[in-house]
Design a protein around this ligand. Structure first.
Ligand code: HEM
Length: 635
């Protein structure tokens, strides 16, 4: 009895105490006399994992308030430095970019992404596979991922000749930048984007007509997925076997997103690896890998078949021949490498775009003044004749860009970016950071740093518009220059897809606000005085809204105002179908009023006739005449 009591005492008190003291002394430890960043007390085995809670980006910010602008944490076995301020981010991603440009080996990423063969997770400085092992199936991918002697690198687009010091990543990144995401190629997907946004509008209209107000989220997912998969895979209608409405694929993609950043117990303590089998993580990982692998196989086989049959060529707007190739075509051109490509399904990018859209809508619903200002701007620039916002209109909408920039400042979709790893001994804000330390950049906290932003917690898009209504700060173009907001990261590992994502996000938001007015569906029991949309969060690879909000779309009615006696010139053939009225009614929202009503403006402009309601009231100013369509926006 006495022995077991002593054993118990030693187990419960002395061991944790010793471990605690060890960890505390590790805090003060100096590496070669150099100063390590401060670190809070941790626990044996877990280190500081338990401090992260369910919303790590918030927990890390609170820890930073207590421990300073750089912290050293131990997440399980992994030493991790956290950079929560613009100054730390700038030093890590600009001044010492090279030293901070590694990516850690993440077990799940390696297993799901063909041994980690993806640009985003590629090692920067490690060797490529010496034995050219390319996993052919899940079992092999798992074996390679867990072989700690193998340095998991890449051999795309050329087989790696040996120790090439990040050669794979460099090559793959070059292909991304030059061939896949170059401005010319992004522009070549314009018609696909505009086609998809028209489908999105039609789906939302249909959902509204059918009083199915919850369809927005589904429609948005289809929209982003369609654009990215059109660009990546072309026009083929790819899906999983027996999955007519795409539901199965959606679930697999969700699982993929959740799994790729999961930390299996095996990664923290290899001897507890069996817990992953018992918890079902193992089986889920296998299922997800196999489903996506099968899909990719089909896509690549299809493209190879098409290449044999000859390539389609179309004439681009500038008169040059556009070969209309998608990402797979380009990759196959760069290297005839079929399923050994570094191609990934880009589910994280799809999600990021949707997240920005949803956060923007949530913020706009909670800030009706900004919503109205943005709608006015969009409708003024687009007018009633176009029927749709096209990419030509976007340049004239600085406030739209400002709203998206402000949304990403407050809600960086990848709140902690993609983890990095130091490639050599280095420094951060005067602290020593040893080689192979994991680096977490808290983009969420940086965007809300009160030292960098006035009213940092508030949604104020105006801060991104220069000169009182002039041009918007060229935010996407500034990636890597302004470290007060870093939703796309920066430096050599920064996101090369910002230019691709920008028109996708802008076009969707602009069209949704042009064509519809929005209201939050009631009945959710929210008390008066509370924001319309609950901004609670759930953490994942991207931070999303905790409570999905349901919006009701009310299609807008437009009238076109022309100077008295003048005919509409924009679309004369349609003139006959408009009912011409000479009405003067009460106040309505009028766009382009200045100099508008009083001056003799001859250009038609859009007026919303009380979106969604029949009590149409519109201000009629002499000498204007109403031309109204009976319903819906003018074609
Ligand atoms: C709103 C949309 C998007 C957001 C917020 C976003 C964000 C990010 C972030 C935070 C990183 C890590 C940056 C770093 O470590 O400094 C990243 C990397 C990356 N992104 Fe994006 N991204 C988006 C869309 C896209 C799109 C549409 C593509 C491609 C079609 C793309 C391709 C990539 C690639 C290839 C990397 C890895 C770069 C490397 O490690 O060298 N992203 N993205």
């Amino acid at each position: 009895m006495a022995v077991s009591l002593v054993t118990l005492l030693v187990t419960l008190v002395v061991v944790p105490l010793l471990a605690f003291l060890l960890l505390s002394s590790a805090r003060k430890q100096r590496a070669d006399g150099r100063r390590l960043p401060p670190s809070p007390p941790g626990l044996p085995l877990l280190g500081h994992l338990h401090l992260l809670g369910r919303l790590p980006h918030r927990a890390l910010r609170s820890l930073a308030v207590a421990h300073g602008p750089v912290m050293l944490l131990r997440l399980g076995r992994v030493p991790t430095v956290v950079a929560p301020s613009p100054a730390a981010a700038e030093e890590a991603m600009k001044t010492r970019d090279l030293a901070f440009s590694g990516r850690p080996r993440l077990l799940m990423a390696e297993r799901l992404l063909y041994g980690g063969r993806d640009v985003g997770f590629a090692s920067y400085s490690e060797q490529c596979y010496m034995d050219s092992r390319v996993p052919k199936n899940f079992a092999e991918s798992t074996r390679i991922a867990s072989d700690t002697r193998t340095c998991v690198g890449f051999r795309f687009p050329h087989p790696c000749p040996g120790n090439t010091d990040g050669e794979y990543w460099r090559q793959a990144r070059r292909v991304f930048a030059l061939h896949l995401l170059a401005p010319r190629r992004v522009a070549s997907f314009r018609s696909a984007r505009e086609r998809e946004v028209a489908t999105l509008v039609a789906r939302v209209r249909h959902a509204t007509a059918a009083a199915a107000s919850g369809g927005l989220s589904d429609a948005l997912i289809s929209y982003s997925k369609a654009i990215i998969s059109r660009a990546a895979f072309g026009d083929g209608d790819y899906g999983l076997a027996g999955d007519k409405d795409g539901e199965k694929l959606r679930r697999v993609l969700d699982d993929f997103q959740e799994l790729v950043m999961a930390t299996p117990v095996r990664e923290i303590s290899p001897w507890l690896g069996w817990v992953d089998t018992l918890s079902g993580l193992e089986a889920k990982t296998r299922r997800t890998f196999e489903a996506l692998d099968g899909l990719l196989e089909r896509v690549i086989a299809d493209h190879r078949r098409r290449r044999v049959c000859g390539r389609r060529q179309v004439l681009a707007a500038d008169g040059e021949v556009d070969d209309h190739r998608d990402f797979v075509d380009v990759l196959l051109d760069v290297n005839e490498m079929d399923n050994e490509s570094g191609l990934r399904l880009d589910t994280d990018n799809i999600k990021a775009i949707i997240m920005v859209y949803q956060w923007a809508m949530a913020e706009l619903m909670n800030h009706p003044h900004s919503m109205r200002k943005l709608q006015d701007a969009i409708r003024r620039v687009t007018g009633a004749i176009s029927g749709n916002v096209t990419e030509d209109h976007l340049d004239g909408m600085p406030y739209l860009k400002a709203v998206i920039s402000e949304t990403m400042r407050l809600h960086a979709p990848a709140a902690l970016l993609i983890p990095r790893e130091t490639t050599e001994d280095t420094e951060l804000l005067g602290y020593h950071i040893p080689a192979h330390t994991r680096v977490v950049i808290n983009a969420w906290a940086i965007g809300r740093d009160p030292a960098a932003w006035e009213h940092a917690e508030e949604f104020v898009p105006e801060r991104f518009v220069t000169g009182g209504g002039g041009a918007a700060v060229d935010y996407y173009g500034k990636v890597g220059q302004d470290f007060r907001s870093v939703p796309f990261g920066a430096g050599r590992r920064g996101c090369p897809g910002a230019g691709f994502a920008a028109p996708v996000m802008e076009l969707a938001l602009a069209n949704m606000l042009y064509r519809f007015d929005w209201a939050v569906a009631h009945g959710d029991g929210r008390r008066q005085g509370m924001p319309s949309v609950d901004m609670g969060e759930v953490f994942g690879l991207s931070v999303r809204l905790k409570a999905p909000f349901i919006l009701v779309a009310k299609p807008c009615r437009f009238a076109v105002l022309t100077a008295k006696g003048r005919k509409l010139t924009a679309n004369p053939s349609r003139q006959k179908s408009y009912r011409q009225r000479d009405l003067c009614l009460g106040p309505a929202r009028i766009f382009a009023v200045s100099p508008g009503c009083r001056s003799r403006q001859t250009e038609p402009f859009a007026v919303s006739l009380g979106c969604g309601s029949r009590q149409t009231e519109a201000l009629c100013c002499e000498p204007w005449i109403w031309h109204t369509a009976n319903e819906g926006p003018l074609p």
